[in-house]
Design a protein around this ligand. Structure first.
Ligand code: FES
Ligand code: FE2
Length: 434
């Protein structure tokens, strides 16, 4: 059996249509969502809905999991748990990247059992020592005498890279619009040289909240007053700006932003770096958004003094004042690409009310800690911001699960939250044929 047929067979169970009762229940729930209004409380408490989100959103869309520098050498692997699916990413000796279901073809044990490691030339299941090559083929069936040729290979998972970012899709037939996103995003991302970077730091936070609260919180800066460290560099002007309703101090701040923005656009244009907004967070399966944003102060980086944290700039960049190229993907990731470092954020639901947020700081592969950068300066702003966001999410989880919660209006500044809701409801309806 070839690997794609094997993957199809292994995944058949999760592409079945939902039972009629489940469809009716979820249809009634989705009917309670009103555009322009926050999600009703049941969206955070209903276990059937959570199961459908895992199956249809996380199980059938492209998910960002890691960047290439997280598995830099042949044999390097990382394991993940996406809902009920344990999977792993693997770098082969020829440099290619593969993804497999981490489920042994003998009696099902996870084969790779560490979060990260080096596989060597073959993969061996520790339980009864079935051995696989790095294409997933069974080489040996331990001491049982079974014929390896007669066994099914490991089920593969669809994997694609975009300028050094690794995405996977668990569906038999992934959404076919990934390549369109990749083609349009590559000119924005490539100059930041992800494949020539290395991991300086990775921090996992478990937020005590539903994954949708994590994404909603990321898709607006209405709450950014709660991020004093972040606001040293980030201007929080998103969406329609109503200058007329601003106070004198706000207007002065806004005018400073506009002046910095036109100066930055001249720098970006000179450096031949694309900066225009692409706003497609809804209306397509692989929904995304990008924009190069001017930063405050020196305009160089998301650091306490707004200057680069690493004097070794990324890729072949020579201009430090590039602001931040931000990039969002539905349903689980966001990124900042600066001149000196890259931040990737991947979220995965762990339970209905618990969500993993993995933050990774990348610097140029040749940047040396202590010589070119200090870890504290590199990481302090987003470590603080992540802690504050985890608190916002946990407190919102506690509030929205109260029987007394009633959803309120989404503000114009929160329009990306609304786009997330549009995408979310649309994708669930499409999967459930509602
Ligand atoms: S379950 Fe893997 S070898 Fe038996
Ligand atoms: Fe935040």
């Amino acid at each position: 059996m070839n690997t794609s047929r094997a993957a199809a067979a292994s995944n058949a169970a999760h592409t079945r249509q939902a039972p009629e009762g489940v469809r009716r229940h979820l249809g009634a729930l989705l009917d309670t969502y009103r555009p322009g209004i926050a999600l009703p409380g049941a969206f955070f408490t209903d276990d059937t809905l959570y199961a459908a989100e895992v199956e249809y959103l996380f199980g059938r869309h492209w998910l960002f999991l890691a960047s290439e520098p997280e598995i830099p050498e042949g044999g390097d692997y990382r394991t993940y748990q996406i809902g009920p699916w344990p999977i792993f990413l693997l770098r082969r000796d020829d440099g290619s990247i593969a993804a497999f279901h981490n489920t042994c073809r003998h009696r099902g044990s996870r084969i790779l059992q560490q979060d990260t490691g080096i596989a060597g030339a073959t993969l061996q299941c520790p339980y009864h020592r079935w051995t696989y090559d790095l294409t997933g083929r069974v080489l040996r069936c331990g001491a049982t005498g079974e014929s390896p040729e007669a066994q099914r290979p490991l089920a593969s998972v669809h994997v694609k890279t975009l300028a050094g970012l690794i995405f996977v899709c668990l569906a038999d037939e992934p959404p076919d619009d990934f390549d369109d996103m990749a083609q349009r995003m590559t000119p924005y991302l490539a100059p930041h040289g992800v494949t020539r970077a290395r991991v300086a730091r990775q921090v996992d936070i478990i937020e005590d909240g539903n994954w949708k609260l994590t994404i909603e919180n990321n898709r607006e800066c209405f709450h950014c007053e709660g991020h004093p460290e972040l606001l040293c560099s980030l201007f929080d002007f998103f969406g329609e700006i109503d200058e007329a309703s601003m106070s004198a101090a706000e207007r002065a701040h806004y005018q400073r932003f506009r002046a910095a923005q036109s100066e930055a656009q001249a720098i970006w244009t000179r450096a031949a770096l694309p900066w225009q907004v692409i706003e497609e967070l809804a209306g397509r399966p692989t929904a995304f958004r990008t924009e190069r944003l001017v930063l405050d102060g020196a305009g160089e980086s998301m650091t306490p003094d707004t200057r680069v944290a690493s004097r070794r700039l990324l890729g072949d960049l020579t201009e430090p004042r590039l602001g931040t190229l931000h990039y969002h993907t539905q349903p689980n990731a966001w990124f900042h690409f600066l001149s000196d470092h890259i931040l990737t954020f991947a979220t995965l639901p762990l339970e209905r009310g618990r969500t993993l947020v993995r933050s990774t700081w990348l610097v140029h592969a040749e940047a040396e800690e202590g010589r070119d950068y200090e870890l504290e300066k590199l990481t302090s702003v987003w470590n603080a911001t992540n802690r504050q966001d985890a608190e916002f999410v946990a407190e919102t989880q506690r509030g929205v699960t109260s029987p007394a919660y009633l959803p309120g209006p989404i503000a114009a500044k929160e329009y990306m939250v609304e786009l997330f809701h549009t995408w979310y409801a649309g994708r669930l309806r499409a999967a459930l044929a509602l």
